[in-house]
Structures are given as structure tokens and as C-alpha cells.
Design a protein around this ligand. Structure first.
Ligand code: BES
Ligand code: ZN
Length: 464
């Protein structure tokens, strides 16, 4: 398959022909091409940071929380732009469920002492008395069997609350106490519909005290929650596709994504109107170049609610459709003046779910070398590259880290956006996408003028 061939070419080095003699250059020995190629220029010279900036200004005029009118206005605007550029588009609705929180209450009693927990099982009502079992982070495949019939004590971190809750429900737990991994708060979010056991969360200090008590012997807890149900809302993905000419079509698809929803009350200029602006700009530029690969641009809804839009979209793909997708480029928070600290390339980094290089990172590191700077890679989820990775598709998140202080606040506004950062990221992703989609690959990979791979490093950089 092409997906493997391309990666293999990049990993193995290049076979080139000099004066009729075939020479093999190992990947490590190739030096980074100093400047963009004629192929890159077909894309990158046309990218306009002003266009991106204007898109962000339009989208961030109001919050776009999933399931609200603001999201729908944003989604329709994006769809209209894709149509203007000549794409086949679809507004893909999907249901999301929000707990009605105004009548939720709960109690947690341990050894006659009453704690005042946050109720995490927002819709469910129930009561249980059982022994507590500490199950650590409750990561996939790591929950002990002895939690059956017991209340699971879980530490926050690593995966989502909903996943943790599901992992212990699957092992037969009858209640959950989740404790924070930092700070003094106890507010963690809300369980999914159908996760019907009492679940509460407590502060880190309370959790650690409980862990200590458990080391001395068994502890029993009485847990009671009163929930008030869910309300169903609709969120949307916006999908735009352009197929190559039939006689050139190799059946492959490249995905370029961002999320258009914001947090409640946040204008989300950087998170993630910035990513959407680059998706739209690349769609505009790439609509005019011939390809042999389908270009599919998607903006996801309800990312902030737990990657719901990208999981929904990934779930609609048949096995064959998923198999034809050779790469997913996710752009999320790519324009903040105040992100990236003093790191090179303004802090731009590529995160993969497993912390391994893949086709996307290989291509983008090389494209960085040609267009501006080589960018490093690291390991992180927290965005819409996750579901595609789970389908076996090479995927990476492009983001500036560490993130800005305005992250998820009402101050995530257009005045904090840096056009140079938008331009650099769009160029790197655009040149990488075109490297796959241009009609002369993979034959081109063996030509003398073919762009080669570059060395690039893993970085364990904190994001916040
Ligand atoms: N853009 C962020 C992802 C992010 C934020 C990555 C900060 C690195 C540092 C994204 O929109 C987000 O906020 N994701 C959620 C997780 C999601 C599963 C709800 C998050 O990180 O809390
Ligand atoms: Zn985001």
C-alpha cells in the first residue's frame, strides 16, 4: 500500500541517479534542502495569512460551544467557504448529551465523616455502600479485578474521566470516587449517558488522605447521588471533499482537520478558529492544483466535549474508507502570539498519540526544513488526531506549546493572534499535504529533485 511505501521511502533514504550511475543516499546522510522546491511554491506562495486572520475574526465574533446557535453559525460559514472554493460539502449532524446540572446533588460518607463532593454522574440517581479499592489512574487494561462490587478510587490524569469511569464499570465497580491530580478543585466534568453508577469527585488532598487510610486497612464508603437527566443537542462536522480527475485517481485520501467548536463563553480565536482558518486557506489554495489523491478537509464539532465530532466522523467510515486514508493532519491552536515560549519555530511541535514518528511527522519535518524550520515531535492526545490514530491512520497534532495563558478563557481573542505563526504552520502542512497529493508521487520519490527526509527530534515539552 502507498501508505507504507511512502513511509518506507522516507525511512530508508533515496535512490538517486547521478551521471547515469545509481547512488543510494541513506536517510541520515541527506542534508536538509535549503529552500522550498518549485512544488512547494505552487502551494505556499499562495497562502495568505491575511485570509486566515479574517476567518478567525469572523469565527471568533461569538462563542461556538457545541450544540449552540454560535456553533451552527460558524459551521454554516465554513461550509459556505468550502462551497465557494468548489468543494463537495456536507454538514454532518450528530447528537450530544448535556447533563442538566441545576438539580444535581450528592453525599459521600467515609467512617461517619461527610465529604462535600462534586457529582460527576450528572444524570443518574442512586445510592451504594461498599468498600473502596484504589485503582490508580484506571488506564485501559490496568483496572484490577478486585474492584468488582466495590467503589473505585481513581486518580485524575492520562485519559478522560469518561474513559476511566467506563474502565471500572467494565470491571464491575458499583461506584466511583475520582480525586484531582493537581490544585484545590474537585470539579471534573460529567459522565456519559448510560454510565449509570454513582460517581463523585474530590480534591487531591482529600484523595491522598484516602489513599493513606487505605494503606492501613479496608475503608467503607456510603455514596449517594441525585441526578436530573440529560438534554439532547445537535453538533455538526463540516466535511469538504475534492476528488482528483478520474483518470488520475489513486483511491487515496488525505485528511486535514481542525475543530470549529469553542468552550462555553470563549471566543476561541486560537482554540481553534486558528486551525479552521488554516484548513480553509489550504482548501482554497489546493482547489486549484491537480492531484492524484482526494483532499478531504474536515472541521469537527464538539471536540471540547470529548472529541465527539471526530469520533462520530471516524465511526461513519467503513473499513475500506478508513484504509484509503493515508494521513490525518490536525491543526489546533496554531496562531497565538503568547504560546511557544522561547522554543524554536515559535514553539510549533507535532504530537502523535503514541509518541512515535509517522508519515505525517516525517513529511512535515521535511517540509519545515524546506519552508522555514525543522519542527520536533512529542507525545500528546487531547485533540482530534486521536480517533484517526485509533483507526491505524498516521496522524499528528500541530500546535504551539507551551500553550498561551488565555487557553480556554474569554481572553482567547483575535488581538492575540500572530499572522507569522499562522503562515508558517499552514505552509508546513500545505507543503506536506501536497507532497502526498501531487500527481507525480510516488514516481517522484526516485527523482533527483525529490525532497528528502530530514532528521528531527523527540521533545518531552510540557504543554501547560
Ligand atoms: N486545543 C486543546 C488541546 C490542548 C490544549 C492541547 C492544551 C495541549 C494543551 C483542545 O481543544 C482541548 O482543550 N482538549 C481537551 C481534551 C478533550 C478530550 C476534551 C483538553 O485538553 O482538556
Ligand atoms: Zn482545541
Amino acid at each position: 500500500m502507498y501508505r507504507k511505501t511512502m513511509a518506507a521511502v522516507l525511512a530508508a533514504g533515496l535512490a538517486i541517479s547521478v551521471n547515469g550511475v545509481s547512488t543510494y543516499i541513506p536517510a541520515q546522510a541527506q542534508s536538509a534542502p535549503a529552500s522550498s522546491t518549485a512544488f512547494d511554491n505552487k502551494i505556499i506562495k499562495k497562502i495568505s495569512a491575511d485570509n486566515m486572520y479574517n476567518t478567525i475574526a469572523t469565527l471568533s465574533a461569538q462563542p461556538r460551544e457545541a450544540g449552540t446557535e454560535g456553533e451552527l453559525i460558524g459551521a454554516k460559514y465554513i461550509k459556505g467557504k468550502f462551497e465557494e472554493y468548489g468543494y463537495e460539502t456536507e454538514l454532518q449532524p450528530f447528537p450530544i448529551y448535556e447533563a442538566i446540572r441545576n438539580n444535581v446533588s450528592g453525599t459521600l460518607e467515609i467512617n461517619g465523616q461527610s465529604l462535600n463532593p462534586y457529582v460527576f454522574s450528572g444524570s443518574y440517581s442512586g445510592e451504594v455502600t461498599a468498600e473502596i479499592v484504589h485503582v490508580g489512574l484506571a488506564l485501559d487494561g490496568q483496572v484490577p479485578d478486585n474492584v468488582k462490587g466495590k467503589i473505585a478510587l481513581i486518580e485524575r490524569g492520562g485519559i478522560t474521566f469518561v474513559e476511566k469511569l467506563q474502565n471500572v464499570i467494565d470491571k464491575g465497580a458499583v461506584g466511583v470516587i475520582l480525586y484531582n491530580n493537581a490544585g484545590t478543585g474537585n470539579n471534573v466534568g460529567v459522565a456519559d449517558p448510560g454510565q449509570n453508577i454513582p460517581a463523585v469527585s474530590i480534591t487531591r488532598a482529600q484523595g491522598l488522605a484516602l489513599v493513606e487510610q487505605l494503606q492501613k486497612g479496608p475503608v467503607e464508603a456510603h455514596l449517594k447521588v441525585t441526578g436530573s437527566g440529560f438534554v439532547e443537542k445537535t453538533s455538526y462536522n463540516v466535511i469538504a471533499s475534492m476528488k482528483p480527475n478520474k483518470n488520475r485517481d489513486n483511491g487515496q485520501v488525505v485528511l486535514v482537520g481542525a475543530h470549529h467548536d469553542s468552550v462555553s463563553g470563549g471566543p476561541g480565536a486560537n482554540d481553534d478558529a486558528s486551525g479552521v482558518s488554516a484548513v480553509l486557506e489550504l482548501a482554497r489554495v489546493m482547489a486549484k492544483v491537480p492531484t492524484d489523491t482526494e483532499l478531504r478537509f474536515v472541521t469537527f464539532g464538539a471536540e471540547e466535549k470529548g472529541l465527539l465530532g471526530s469520533y462520530h466522523y471516524a465511526g461513519t467510515l467503513s473499513e475500506e474508507e478508513a484504509d484509503n486514508i493515508v494521513a490525518h493532519f490536525q491543526m489546533d491552536m496554531i496562531g497565538s502570539k503568547d504560546a511557544g515560549a522561547d522554543n524554536p519555530a515559535g514553539g510549533l511541535i507535532m504530537y502523535t498519540i503514541d509518541g512515535q514518528k509517522n508519515l505525517v511527522t516525517d513529511l512535515a519535518a521535511a517540509a519545515g526544513a524546506r519552508t522555514s524550520e525543522v519542527i520536533p515531535y512529542g507525545q500528546l492526545g487531547r485533540s482530534d488526531h486521536q480517533p484517526f490514530h485509533e483507526l491505524g491512520i498516521p496522524a499528528a497534532l500541530f500546535i504551539h506549546s507551551p500553550v498561551e495563558p488565555w487557553y480556554h478563557t474569554p481572553a482567547d481573542t483575535i488581538d492575540k493572534i500572530d499572522k507569522n505563526k499562522l503562515q508558517q504552520t499552514a505552509e508546513i502542512v500545505g507543503a506536506s499535504v501536497y507532497q502526498i497529493a501531487r500527481p507525480d508521487t510516488p514516481a517522484m520519490e526516485h527523482a533527483r529533485v525529490a525532497p528528502g527526509p530530514v532528521p528531527y527530534e523527540f521533545e518531552d515539552r510540557p504543554v501547560q
